[in-house]
Design a binder for this molecule. Structure first.
Ligand code: PLP
Length: 401
């Protein structure tokens, strides 16, 4: 089906494969569509020299304004921010120690994390911690972590404790953030919150986090970047890591200036209007699958309370003629490919996320959905090999180049 959109024109012009992203903010698809203010800021700063410390001071003011933090700076990504934040908690403001990392000789070299928080966002949380030379210490079991277990893990040589807020973490049985902070603070251990994908720029600091990390290129729609915000002494200690392990995670002037613009734009964005557009897309997709047998379509709020709803399509293969996985596969073979949210597909459902749609794409998705369910009912869809799909991310890396 022809899709005469500016998005499609771009791909055609450069020989890139087009894609409609109803998965969510995905590194593998280029993160997000940048907001116009960020695009303009990147272009504006590129031809100029600028004192980078001065630029980061300006960024700190913008970050303070939006997060309520004492200070902040911009880094290459939230993952980089996690490594720098941990490193800062290990070295404090001592440049000699920062230069030594990842050889960790000090007394602060252990980093407890609840087992249910050890997720993978494209790489593993433990590895972002281990890059500093610190040792990630697992607390509790996958679905149950108790207060005394965290308290025990804080008893010796601890640099900081890491808390992850994400739909990737186990949703129950973990210590909630406020309690986590109380226990850590009683042991004089700072808490680093990885909130890479969260819309709430203030709540985690308010709940006790000492440092919090955000992605600049996810919901904010900035250039590739990460934000480190929080206590001034710890932000400064994380910042000096740019002398050491942070050098390979260097952030450019364009990302700093671009994410400053994205943050300012976030503050004045018409969030209600955007939600209304997303709601419209969701209800058009609901209507598109109405009347097909074996599909239960429901709208669900985001699990980490971001102001975002998604459409969940639970599919009964016996009635629909194909599984949820087969529907996802058919959509991925649509022209242009439609990439759905399928990380829980073995549970019998896929999800559609409207937050990264380009103008004009929602009706294309609606039509493709109806077509996929029609083909399923006619017995025309092939079933995916779920083991293959699960390992696809690794294969894409190995097959590249
Ligand atoms: C996306 C994500 C990251 C990585 O963010 P980047 O800015 O892309 O490095 C880290 N942690 C969580 C929980 C994430 O969702």
């Amino acid at each position: 089906m022809a899709d005469p959109s500016p998005d499609r024109d771009f791909h055609r012009k450069h020989g890139f494969s087009p894609v409609i992203n109803v998965n969510g903010t995905m590194t593998g698809l280029g993160a997000s569509r940048a907001v116009p203010q960020a695009i303009a800021a990147v272009a504006e700063i590129m031809p100029h020299f600028v004192d980078m410390h001065e630029l980061q001071s300006h960024a700190s003011m913008v970050i303070q304004d939006l997060t309520g933090a004492e200070a902040g700076f911009v880094t290459a990504s939230a993952a980089a921010g996690l490594s720098l934040a941990v490193a800062g908690c290990m070295t404090g403001l001592d440049p000699a120690r920062a230069e030594q990392l990842p050889v960790a000789t000090g007394d602060k070299c252990r980093v407890p994390v609840q087992m249910g928080h050890l997720c993978h966002y494209g790489a593993a949380i433990e590895q972002a911690i281990a890059l500093t030379g610190a040792t990630c210490v697992t607390v509790g079991q996958s679905t149950q972590v108790l207060d005394h277990q965290l308290a025990a893990a804080l008893s010796e040589n601890v640099a900081a404790a890491v808390y992850v807020v994400s739909h990737h973490v186990v949703e129950y049985g973990q210590i909630p953030l406020k309690r986590f902070c109380e226990i850590c603070h009683a042991a004089n251990v700072p808490v680093i919150v990885d909130a890479a994908s969260e819309y709430d720029l203030r709540g985690f600091l308010r709940d006790g986090a000492d440092l919090v990390l955000y992605s600049g290129h996810k919901f904010l729609g900035g250039p590739t970047s990460g934000i480190v915000a929080g206590r001034r002494d710890l932000v400064k200690a994380a910042y000096i890591q740019n002398l050491g392990i942070g050098r390979g995670m260097k952030v450019g002037k364009e990302s700093i200036f671009g994410v400053m613009a994205a943050l300012k734009a976030w503050k004045i964005r018409d969030h209600d209007a955007i939600r209304a557009l997303e709601a419209e897309a969701l209800s058009s997709w609901l209507r598109a699958v109405e009347g097909f047998e074996g599909v239960t379509a429901t709208i669900h709020p985001d699990v980490t309370h971001n102001p975002l709803d998604r459409l969940k399509l639970a599919v009964d293969p016996a009635l629909a003629g194909a599984s949820a996985g087969a529907i996802g596969l058919a959509l991925s073979r649509h022209d242009p490919p439609i990439i759905v949210r399928d990380h829980e597909v073995e549970l019998g459902y896929i999800q559609l996320d409207p937050c990264n749609l380009a103008p004009g794409q929602a009706p294309v998705v609606a039509k493709a959905l109806a077509e996929a369910f029609r083909n399923a009912a006619a017995g025309l869809l092939s079933e995916p090999d779920l083991n293959e799909s699960r390992n696809q991310g690794i294969r894409s890396y190995l097959e590249w180049g």
